[in-house]
Design a protein around this ligand. Structure first.
Ligand SMILES: Cc1cc2nc3c(=O)[nH]c(=O)nc-3n(C[C@H](O)[C@H](O)[C@H](O)COP(=O)(O)OP(=O)(O)OC[C@H]3O[C@@H](n4cnc5c(N)ncnc54)[C@H](O)[C@@H]3O)c2cc1C
Length: 382
């Protein structure tokens, strides 16, 4: 460890954001002489999630892509929409492969220090930032922090928030049953009442798939509820009777416009979910994280505050309107996603979700969702 536990940068959290940030830093000569500590309470040696994302270019993660697809479908109670994703490819990475790959690459750098400890507090002092953890105290010039602010969980009344929560089973069958070339992004045929709930299917091969039952709602449900719906879906819609569950995945992702960026200062930057990097309307953050870490590195090199201009405010507004509709009229989810996927080209949709769309493309999206619900939400949000 460096002398006196002093580092140029401390990154709290070896998750998606922390590891991507560290990798971006060490790939740039500017950081060659900087001491960087990564503190996490976990060794990160368990596969705790499957990250999926789309992109047109070949990925910097190519060697750990678990599976990729060029076709997808969205199924509602009214229609099945088939999507040819080209020029995009939808890709999945198992988190354990990402943690291993990132740690291997980082461990080759003598200026990187991995520390297992649980951070209790981060305080700005006169000359440095003091990070107090369970076992040790560390100091740094700048801290990147993946811990979600405690105020977030007490704030549901003030910011528009719902939760994307889900459970998935990776199942294995003895015979070939899955179309391994096509992802089911959303299947609304099986629903929990009138809420926005759907099944997501990632076929990894003809005999193996992740089948996930997902809610976009305010209230959470018990484990048995997810189990019941996954089981029903497998039987009724995939028509599979014999299978083995080889892994399970559960998750809760905030879909929110909570002002996480207000917690950034000149010397502390909140990152990942804690920094508001998860897109409020979708829960996706893998590709957004790549862009945010690139911007942070660019800012540091230009001697600007690292969190400078990390967000484009118009997309925060769009997310806010969308979340307002889903929160006030949760039953509308099926209609919204049917319109969204049916009335727009794949390119327009993905560019919009990637926050790279033109105003004309945004108008097209708005037109496809034009309804009293969105008009109301638009004016209430304004
Ligand atoms: C199950 C699941 C599936 C998801 N799938 C997708 C997907 O397919 N595509 C997509 O784009 N997004 C997905 N997401 C959303 C998002 O990409 C992930 O949540 C992502 O991991 C967020 O990155 P993060 O770095 O903020 O958090 P994490 O990856 O959770 O990392 C946070 C780290 O901080 C550490 N930590 C927390 N508190 C402390 C403390 N006090 N002291 C020390 N360390 C601490 C934790 O141990 C953890 O390692 C998914 C989320 C979940 C939960």
């Amino acid at each position: 460890m460096s002398n006196n536990s002093y580092f140029d940068y401390i990154i709290i959290g070896n998750g998606l954001a922390g590891l991507q940030l560290a990798l971006k830093m060490v790939s740039n000569a500017f950081f060659d002489n900087k001491q960087i500590a990564l503190i996490d309470s976990s060794e990160k040696n368990v596969n705790d999630k499957t990250w999926s994302f789309w992109e047109t270019e070949s990925s910097q993660w190519n060697n750990i892509i678990h599976k990729s697809w060029n076709k997808a479908s969205v199924i509602t109670s009214k229609k099945a929409i088939d999507l040819e994703l080209k020029p995009y490819t939808y890709k999945s990475i198992r988190s354990i492969d990402f943690y291993k790959e990132a740690k291997n690459r980082l461990k080759q750098n003598p200026n990187i220090y991995f520390i297992i400890d649980s951070v209790k507090s981060v305080k700005e002092e006169y000359e440095s930032i003091v990070v107090t953890a369970k076992q040790n105290t560390f100091t740094a010039s700048h801290v990147f922090d993946s811990r979600i602010p405690e105020t977030f969980s007490n704030d549901s009344k003030h910011s528009i928030s719902i939760t994307q929560h889900f459970k998935g089973w990776i199942i294995k069958t003895e015979t070939d049953v899955f179309d391994e070339n096509k992802v089911i992004m959303m299947d609304y045929r099986l629903k929990d009442g009138n809420q926005t709930t759907f099944t997501y299917v990632l076929p990894f091969s003809k005999t193996e798939a992740l089948v996930e039952f997902t809610y976009f709602t305010e209230q959470l449900v018990n484990d048995e509820v997810y189990n019941k719906y996954i089981k029903n879906y497998i039987k009724k819609y995939l028509k599979i009777d014999n299978y083995t569950i080889i892994e399970t995945e559960t998750g809760k992702i905030p879909m929110t416009i909570f002002p996480f960026d207000k917690y950034n200062t000149n010397r502390i930057t909140k990152i990942g979910t804690a920094g508001g990097w998860v897109k409020g309307s979708t829960g996706y953050s893998f590709k957004h994280t790549e862009k945010k870490v690139a911007k942070i590195v660019e800012n540091i090199k230009a001697n600007k505050t690292p969190s400078n201009h990390l967000f484009k405010s118009k997309y925060k507004f769009y997310d806010k309107v969308f979340l307002k509709v889903l929160k006030d009229e949760n039953h509308k989810g099926e209609w919204i996603f049917q319109q969204f996927y049916d009335k727009n080209s794949v390119e327009t949709m993905f560019k919009f979700l990637d926050e790279e769309s033109s105003f004309i493309e945004e108008l097209k999206i708005m037109w496809s969702l034009f309804s009293w619900s969105f008009i109301k939400a638009f004016f209430k949000t304004l």
